[in-house]
Design a binder for this molecule. Structure first.
Ligand SMILES: CC(C)=CCNc1ncnc2c1ncn2[C@@H]1O[C@H](COP(=O)(O)O)[C@@H](O)[C@H]1O
Ligand SMILES: [Zn+2]
Length: 353
């Protein structure tokens, strides 16, 4: 459930617009409705909805936001839960007009339920397979996530696991994500794991400069280079980044995944108007709008496009280009990109008046 009703004609455009979602954390994407089911399944945990979502007008510190994930992880801790939430999340993205989705998630081990990291990934892949079999109109790929808080050994283990799945998942596992609390740890300790991932053919999407203190880390990680950047909120000099960081990003033409609501509600940017979308978009740099955690931040991708358009005065043509260009930034193989381009071309006349 999102916070604005989307039934005016203008709203319909954003819903009908075919979209590509490239930055969505599985457990942050669980909807209000699915959360209701999970809460009812585990009444002994005494969890209420306000502990799992940040509503309209609400803001939280980054620390408080990360507490929310701890609560959600308590609710989603078995194969059965993972299968249910992954299927629901995929169906919800499809219902919102997302035609291609790259989902990411951190494999977890839970002794009480017998969950292993291997089974965690297999279960997400099973959900993707079932949605395909049920002809849900969306192409889904998976990025295995490394939580920076868990340090270099776990990162290396996760990379090995991701590498196995890269080879055995029929092209569903395409890459590696680096995420987790940006105030914890330093990327230099994770560099060899990330380098290994890159060498074995995993695409890299790294959360970079989500907070101001990550300047040196970003300098280092940009040398890999990553294939896409998550957030990049503090890369440019106006907010304490540097010309050298901007130059690295521009020279290597690295697409940036931008998540407006997430950044405003998590208070890393002061307002929608001041969001760094403006900085990168004005330079013609590859930008892709994403939700990050649609459940936690009570949003969806249609709403993010609408927000960007109303905040920065984008025409419908500009919005269309933004969604179409995202096809080029996916980690999908060329034939899939061509298929998506065709789909966009077919829908264009019908949707763009
Ligand atoms: C706190 C805040 C403003 C969140 C948005 N920015 C984020 N920054 C870094 N890592 C994240 C963010 N949102 C989700 N994650 C990662 O995704 C996990 C939840 O999804 P999953 O369990 O991997 O399926 C979190 O535990 C965290 O590791
Ligand atoms: Zn994220």
């Amino acid at each position: 459930m999102t916070e604005t009703s989307m039934d005016t004609e203008a709203d319909l455009f954003y819903r009908q617009l075919p979209k590509v979602e490239l930055h969505a954390h599985l457990n942050g994407s669980v909807s209000f409705e699915t959360m209701e089911t999970l809460i009812q399944r585990k009444p002994h945990l005494n969890i209420e909805h306000n502990m799992t979502a940040i509503r309209r007008g609400q803001r939280r510190t980054l620390d408080e936001c990360f507490q929310v994930f701890k609560v959600i992880h308590q609710l989603v801790d078995s194969e059965e839960d993972i299968l249910m939430v992954a299927k629901a999340v995929i169906q919800e993205f499809a219902a919102d007009g997302v035609k291609y989705l790259e989902l990411r998630s951190t494999p977890r081990e839970v002794t009480e339920t017998g969950l292993t990291k291997q089974r965690y990934i297999e279960t997400v892949l099973e959900a993707i397979r079932q949605c395909k079999q049920e002809e849900v109109d969306i192409d889904v790929r998976f990025l295995v996530a490394v939580d920076r808080r868990h340090g270099p050994e776990v990162a290396m283990e996760t990379v090995k696991l991701a590498e196995d799945f890269l080879l055995s998942s029929d092209g569903i596992v395409v890459g590696l994500d680096l995420s987790g609390d940006p105030t914890v740890g330093h990327g230099k300790d994770l560099l060899s794991a990330l380098q290994k991932a890159k060498n074995c053919g995993l695409k890299l999407s790294l959360h970079l400069s989500e907070v101001p203190s990550q300047r040196d880390e970003s300098e280092l990680l940009l040398n890999l280079p990553p294939d896409r950047i998550g957030h990049g909120t503090f890369l440019h000099p106006e907010v304490g980044g540097s010309d050298s960081l901007v130059e690295k990003v521009c020279k290597q033409n690295i697409p940036i995944e931008l998540c407006l609501t997430s950044n405003v509600k998590g208070q890393t940017v002061p307002s929608y108007e001041k969001h760094h979308f403006q900085y990168w978009y004005k330079r013609g740099h590859p930008c892709v709008l994403c939700t990050d955690d649609k459940g936690v931040f009570c949003t969806d991708l249609s709403q993010e496009y609408q927000l960007a358009a109303s905040t920065f005065g984008l025409t419908q043509e500009a919005v269309w280009s933004l969604s179409q260009q995202a096809i080029g930034y996916t980690f999908a193989p060329e034939p899939i990109k061509e298929k998506l381009e065709k789909k966009w071309a077919e829908l264009k006349q019908q949707i763009l008046q």
